[in-house]
Design a protein around this ligand. Structure first.
Ligand SMILES: [Zn+2]
Ligand SMILES: [Zn+2]
Length: 361
């Protein structure tokens, strides 16, 4: 058996063996009329993959193939597809695989906030099957969540844009990042490095905000105009009420002095969180936070129009992700998950060599 009846992938089998994914064959869910099958060529390794396979975000439906920064080639297009995808076309898939497309949120191009949204991996379909991600030979996804990739963008560099890039781009784009605005990016990791790249591409003055000076040089190479290290006491005073927007990409809320970050914002400035740290979350201190009337909020991945816009801007402005590659396989996936967990990557892994791992396809 092989494609189209069987997909192959590298699945994590339990929380205590999350660094040892195993080769597995599995049946994809039934093909529906607006589905697309994609032969995977590359997949980024997201922090979400780690939070999921370790059960850090809650129970994980093992065995699970993760991966939601997928680039590949269209193999099959459902009869009722409307978005014009063609067999042989290079496309990307991010963290979302389905939404109802008829609710209030979906109709307003907020399908990413659809109450029925399904994730690319680990989500249950009505037939009982669980979605599987891109550490695999193929993925099956509703066409609305499949995005044509502009020719100039390299496969390995564009893969991490599908989740990390989109996650950074949406709050910037929605909250007015552009010329004349001062924007801060907190946490220079997978998502944060895209925050710097896209804030710059959108024309803002951008500051990297990091715990220590360790990533200062990288931040400037990524396009930052300024750098703030938060380890010194009183670090925020010099910049008080001078920012229009701050996007918090940090993956930890431990010892996070939220009031100090909020104090950087000008009146009605916005502090938007995209990270989902495990643990108790943020401390809201009204007396310390009322002084600038700033807004505290959240943002989750990105909508289809935003992802298409991001890819256009990346192509037009030559936005280039910093990626390290590893061959997809039991060893490569395990190493990528472990090193992603340890923040030992600059700034994203992309899994490659799919032809070698899945010769049967
Ligand atoms: Zn992700
Ligand atoms: Zn909906």
């Amino acid at each position: 058996m092989g494609y189209p009846d069987t997909f192959e992938g590298f699945a994590v089998e339990s929380a205590d063996k999350w660094t040892e994914p195993k080769y597995r064959e599995y049946k994809p869910r039934p093909f529906e009329e607006r589905d697309v099958d994609i032969e995977v060529q590359a997949c980024g390794v997201c922090g979400s993959d780690v939070h999921t396979v370790t059960s850090g975000w809650g129970e994980c439906p093992y065995p699970l193939v993760v991966g939601h920064e997928i680039v590949g080639i269209v193999k099959r297009v459902g009869d009722k597809c409307e978005t014009g995808l063609k067999v042989g076309q290079r496309v990307g898939v991010g963290a979302q695989a389905w939404a109802c497309l008829s609710c209030r949120q979906c109709k307003a191009d907020n399908e990413v906030y659809c109450p029925q949204m399904r994730d690319t991996y680990g989500a249950k379909y009505p037939d009982g099957s669980i979605t599987q991600g891109g550490y695999a030979s193929h993925v099956r996804v509703h066409e609305y969540f499949v995005f044509p990739i502009p020719d100039v963008l390299e496969t390995t560099a564009v893969a991490p844009m599908l989740c990390a890039g989109a996650t950074a781009f949406s709050p910037l784009y929605r909250n007015g990042c552009g010329p004349g605005k001062r924007v801060g990016i907190v946490g220079i990791g997978g998502i944060g490095h895209f925050g710097l790249l896209f804030a710059k591409a959108l024309g803002a003055e951008v500051f990297a905000i990091s715990r220590s000076d360790k990533k200062k040089e990288d931040a400037f190479k990524l396009g930052a105009d300024g750098f703030i290290a938060t380890e010194k006491k009183g670090w925020n005073e010099e910049y008080s009420m001078t920012f229009d927007l701050i996007v918090n990409c940090a993956n930890s809320s431990e010892n996070f002095d939220l009031a100090a970050y909020m104090s950087l914002l000008d009146v009605n400035g916005r502090f938007i969180n995209v990270g989902l740290p495990e643990g108790d979350g943020f401390k809201i201190e009204p007396f310390k936070m009322i002084g600038n009337g700033a807004v505290f909020g959240f943002s989750h991945i990105a909508s289809r129009p935003e992802i298409l816009k991001m890819l256009d801007i990346a192509a037009e402005k030559g936005v280039k992700s910093w990626v390290e590659t590893l061959p997809v396989g039991e060893k490569g996936c395990g190493e990528a998950l472990k090193r992603c967990h340890d923040n030992d990557v600059r700034y994203r892994f992309t899994l490659t060599d799919y032809d070698k791992a899945f010769p049967k396809k």
